[in-house]
Design a binder for this molecule. Structure first.
Ligand code: AIR
Ligand code: ASP
Length: 254
């Protein structure tokens, strides 16, 4: 276990060399960061929950023909993924005004947007992930115009799927962040969804109570993050009614 090669360590995840060429192991840590890692805490149970929630979402995406890097979950904190060439963009899809969009354009948080909006941010910690346009992306060669089209088409499909999935369990998908990568299969390359999709990367509001069930609980010092993520997992049917990730040893369904 500890002799395997670490390929990359990010704020909330570690990537290790996988068992076969072209594969990696994605390990979910309990670390939470915000505001470009100026705020940092370790939250017991978060990694386990994100591993399960992200597994559930990526498996569903694979099943409906939206390509992802996900192969299978290995254990409580790890999943086997395909190695991809990460495109250095954070792709944000928004349905409702919140977060940095509400701030930048002076919109009231919670205002429904006239249509879903896709934004690109350049993935660069030193710069704090600045927002960029397609002009920047193509001029600096981060992705080609064709790749941008593919990324946008993927982002819309993921948004449609996730909006419906969460609506069915009483949750509004306000916005989310995607990462994408180039998957090489011989001479062929296609763009796939990479990284994770979890309450760390989405804004999820309970439709009735408007409660925040996502990482804003950490960003805004609201507390109750693990409870909120557990609620998301329960509603998606990943955890059964009385199971608890933190206390009593997690007994997970299947
Ligand atoms: N996000 C962006 N960078 C990291 C993450 N997790 C996600 C947020 C939010 C959406 O992208 O969690 O769901 C938009 O974030 P913001 O801060 O630009 O409003
Ligand atoms: N996790 C990122 C950071 O450390 C961004 C965020 O989710 O707020 O800044």
């Amino acid at each position: 276990m500890n002799r395997r090669r670490r390929v990359y360590e990010g704020k909330a995840k570690v990537l290790y060399e996988g068992p076969e060429p072209g594969t990696l192991i994605q390990h979910f840590k309990d670390d939470a960061t915000a505001f470009n890692a100026k705020k940092h805490e370790v939250i017991d149970g978060k990694g386990v929950l994100n591993n399960r929630i992200s597994e559930y979402i990526f498996q569903n995406l694979n099943d409906i023909g939206i390509p992802t890097h996900f192969i299978r979950r290995l254990n409580m904190r790890e999943q086997l993924i395909r190695e991809v060439e990460i495109i250095p963009l954070e792709v944000v899809v928004r349905n409702v005004a919140a977060g940095s969009l509400a701030k930048r354009l002076g919109l009231e948080e919670g205002t429904p947007l006239p249509r879903s909006i896709i934004e690109f941010y350049y993935k660069n910690n030193e710069l704090g992930d600045p927002i960029v346009s397609e002009e920047h992306i193509t001029a600096f060669g981060w992705a080609s115009p064709q790749e941008i089209d593919d990324i946008m088409a993927l982002a819309i499909r993921v948004n449609d799927f996730l909006t419906g999935l969460f609506l069915g369990v009483g949750i509004r998908l306000v916005d989310f962040k995607l990462e994408t990568g180039r998957l090489w299969e011989g001479e062929m390359m296609r763009i796939v969804v990479a990284d994770e999709i979890s309450p760390d990367s989405c804004r999820l509001w309970d439709i009735k109570s408007k409660d925040k069930l996502d990482k804003d609980r950490f960003r805004q010092d609201m507390g109750g993050l693990v409870e909120a993520y557990t609620e998301v997992a329960r509603r998606l049917g990943i955890l059964s009614e009385n199971e608890n990730i933190i206390t009593g040893g997690p007994r997970l369904v299947q």
